[in-house]
Design a protein around this ligand. Structure first.
Ligand code: BJW
Length: 227
């Protein structure tokens, strides 16, 4: 691949073949649930124990998952182009890092971190949050998953916007395009002059916005695209 600045946006589809369920597909995490019951600050206020258990279970499941060839391919791409690649992931798993990617932004948070509603700090999760462990910084038992729910501000939007408006190539991998602002990144990159490509199992809500589309499982189409 020739030298160029690349932004890769990843979604749940890239981790599907590692056994981490997506959200909106059949058999996905939210099948049979209303989004407002699991991924909003209001849901957490209403029923914190259920929400804490939901994320504790996902943390345990992700610990058993391993990166797949799509994660590996993006790590290889970073080794090739270095700082010219930024992976912006909507995923809260750590499979990109475990594959070897270092330039990763977790815009929707991180399962391995908690944020303290008492002191505001982000701290590593050392025990199930449903057990109400104390914050290692302030000692209060007010930890919540450090994830971004609907109505909350995603992380690092300034870093992401800088990367999108200066990249030559934007790729979206394994995301349905149903959630903003991530679903709008293709427009930002295209308006700044980047070429855009979607790599997804099937057509997404935003497929028509891309210059090029490749459909298939991430474990096949991502290595093909990278190598
Ligand atoms: C495969 C595959 C395989 C399967 N290989 N592919 C503009 C318009 C309308 C609404 C809004 C708007 N702007 C903001 C909003 C409100 C809201 C929103 O988007 N609502 C929608 C319902 C419309 N957004 C927000 O509230 C966001 N905050 C915000 O906007 O702040 C203010 C702001 C204003 C202006 C600028 C900037 C900010 C916050 C959104 C937070 C989302 N949080 C969640 C939960 C995180 C914690 C957790 O993980 O539990 O993030 S929701 C959930 O959806 C999660 C995901 O990251 C996110 C995206 O899902 P993803 O990754 O796309 O998964 P799926 O399941 O939807 O799709 C999987 C895809 O993979 C499918 O296409 C499959 O085909 C494919 N696939 N297997 C390749 N093997």
């Amino acid at each position: 691949m020739v030298a160029m600045r690349i932004v890769v946006l990843t979604g749940a589809g890239i981790s599907a073949e590692s056994g981490v369920p997506t959200f909106r597909d059949a058999g996905g995490l939210w099948e049979g649930h209303r989004v407002e019951d699991v991924a909003t600050p209001e849901a957490f206020e209403r029923d914190p124990d259920t929400v804490q258990r939901f994320y504790d279970l996902r943390r345990h499941a992700v610990a058993l998952a391993v990166p797949n060839p799509a994660h590996d391919a993006l790590a290889r791409l970073e080794r090739e182009v270095g700082d010219d690649l930024l992976v912006v992931t909507q995923n809260i798993d750590d499979l990109h890092e475990r594959a070897g990617s270092e330039r990763v932004v977790h815009m929707h948070g991180d399962l391995l971190l908690a944020s303290c509603l008492g002191c505001g700090r982000r701290v590593p999760v050392m025990a199930d949050l449903a057990e109400r462990p104390p914050c290692p910084e302030c000692g209060r038992r007010m930890l919540r998953p450090d994830v971004v729910w609907f109505g909350e501000m995603p992380y690092d939007l300034d870093v992401i916007d800088d990367a999108l408006t200066t990249c030559d190539l934007f790729a979206a991998i394994g995301t349905s395009g149903a959630v903003y602002p991530a679903a709008g990144f293709v427009m930002t990159a295209a308006e700044a002059g980047a070429t855009t490509i979607e790599l997804n199992l099937a057509a997404s809500e935003i497929t028509p916005l891309f210059d090029e589309v490749r459909h298939g499982p991430a474990s096949l189409v991502v290595p093909e695209w990278v190598d």
